[in-house]
Structures are given as structure tokens and as C-alpha cells.
Design a protein around this ligand. Sequence first.
Ligand SMILES: NC(=O)c1ccc[n+]([C@@H]2O[C@H](COP(=O)([O-])OP(=O)(O)OC[C@H]3O[C@@H](n4cnc5c(N)ncnc54)[C@H](O)[C@@H]3O)[C@@H](O)[C@H]2O)c1
Length: 303
Amino acid sequence: MTSFPMPTMPAPPVAVVGLGQLGGSLAAALAAAGREVSGWDVDPAAREAAAARGVTITQEMGGVVVLAVPLPAMNTALEGLTIDPDATITDLGSVKRPVVASLEAAFGGRFVGGHPMCGSERSGHTAVDPTLFTGARWALCLEPGTELPRWLRVAEVALAVGAEVVPVTAVEHDDAVAAISHVPHLLAAALAAAAATSPLALALAAGSFRDGTRVIGSDPAFVTAMVEGNAVPTAEALARVQAQLDRPWPELIAAGHAVATRQPAMRTLRVPLERAALLAVGRAGGAITRRLAAFVEGWVPER
Ligand SMILES: NC(=O)c1ccc[n+]([C@@H]2O[C@H](COP(=O)([O-])OP(=O)(O)OC[C@H]3O[C@@H](n4cnc5c(N)ncnc54)[C@H](O)[C@@H]3O)[C@@H](O)[C@H]2O)c1
């Protein structure tokens, strides 16, 4: 089919609240791309570091306002700031159900929950990396009440910093990240605590132990807020892991290896700007890579 790509909408300004690892990296990436970006942080050192990267420091915000603060601060971080009544509000929090529930109550369809799947065990403005989002998946919540033009505006910000957008609901997101993020954090802590009963084991620890426990270096307050904020899906995902451990070991090892070596072909596709069609891409394990006027482009794995 002949393609007639149309120009995208003009890029809105972006304002980032919380200029630590995630927010500082986003603001720096947008500034480096020549985008209009402002921000605020309660920490003067984080404000100074962001200003040095070209971010305008202000408490007056509009366009796309990004909450990049720790989960416990999510509901209060906009207090004291002046927010344009037509601003689109989004967040980067690692758990979506509670954040979407409270911020949708405050902002209705103007709020779009998000979670970029990147970052490290480091935190604060010294961990800022403008390339952090390149190639990362960025989950973006499309709830029944989400205004689609605003969802697309936030998607455009994610695409602008090199991420691929995965349309999800908050419930689907929290179930999925319980399995691939929250349970691994608990397992890493359990591996480390169990091995620490033997000084000899710790002395011999090498690659497998290092890879399996990397995330225990994360701020314990950050991890606790994350797993407790997603307690039920995390407990269910942990039970599924425990059930796997009850399988005969050769069978379990072969099943895990098969997942690691699976390489499905990718099929590119055009997706209409419609909630069900967008969510179907996320459910199929795919992502959106480009915004055009009348549709978006993306890919899904072949079955
Ligand atoms: N670190 C990761 O790997 C990761 C990955 C994906 C998403 N997230 C999410 O991103 C968000 C930020 O995480 P991070 O790793 O960048 O944390 P961080 O600690 O590196 O940065 C948080 C920043 O928010 C600032 N802050 C705290 N309260 C504030 C307030 N009320 N107003 C303004 N600024 C405030 C802090 O001073 C700090 O600079 C969290 O919600 C987290 O769940 C983190």
C-alpha cells in the first residue's frame, strides 16, 4: 500500500517535577533535542544540575507536566506549583493502579499514567543520563476515561527521547511488572540474605550472584514503596515463581532456557488512533514506534 505520511502535531512544552534520575534524565534528553523543557525539584542541587543542562527552572508549568517524584510524593508534588488548567498531566511511577486512581480523581481524562522501563539502582540528580530512554519500552495507560489526544501527546514525548510506547491499562501494567520487576527485587533480596549466612559463599560469589542480586543496591525506601504499592499482583506473581520451583529441576531449567532462546520475528503494523486497537498492540507484546497524523506505527511479535 502506498504511504502518505502526514506531519505530526507541533510538540508541546514539557515540564518535569522531580529532577532526579528519571526526571532529570528526561528533561536533559528533551533539552538536548532542542525541546522547550522546564522543571522543578525540592532539592536545590537537583535544580542547579538541571539548569546546567538547559532546563528552565520554574514553578509555573503547562503543556505536558511530568511527575517524576518518588511514589509516596506523587499525590502532593503539584501542591504549591502553578499548573495551566489545560495541561496534560503524566507520571513515571513504577506502580500504576494507585497512582492512576488518585490522579484521575484529581485531573480526570487530563491524566495519563506512565512508566518508562529503564533506570538503575542509582538515584538522584548525579544518576542523570540523557540516553536513559533510548530503546526503552514506556508503558502508557489508556484507561476508559483517558482523553486520547492527551495520551498521544504524552506518547509523543516518550517517542521524542527514543522510547517505544506500550499501550496498557493500569491493571495490566501492574500484573506484568509484578512478574518482571517487583518479584525480581524480592528474589534478589532473598538470594543476598540467604547467601550472607556463609562468609565463604560471599567470598566465592561471582557472575551469577552479581547478576541475580544487582538490584539490591537500590534505595530500600524506593523498593518498599514499589512492592507494597503493588502488593496483591506481586504476591500472586511470587506464588507462580514458587510453583515453578516445585517442578523437576531438569524440566524447569529447560523451560527457562527455552524462554531465553526464543526469538520471534517482528511484524510492523499501522494502528488506528483508537483505544481497543492501541491496547491490542500492548497485549500482543508489541510497541508503538512512530506517530503520524491519522495513525501510529508499531510492531508486534509474530505468533
Ligand atoms: N529508578 C528507577 O529505576 C525507576 C524506573 C522507572 C520509574 N521510576 C519511577 O520514577 C520516579 C522517580 O524515580 P527516580 O529513580 O528518578 O527517583 P530519584 O530519587 O532519583 O529522584 C526523585 C526526585 O524527586 C525529587 N522530589 C521529591 N519530592 C518532591 C516534591 N514533592 N516536589 C518536587 N521534587 C521532589 C527529589 O528531590 C529527587 O530529585 C518514581 O516514581 C519511580 O517509581 C524509577
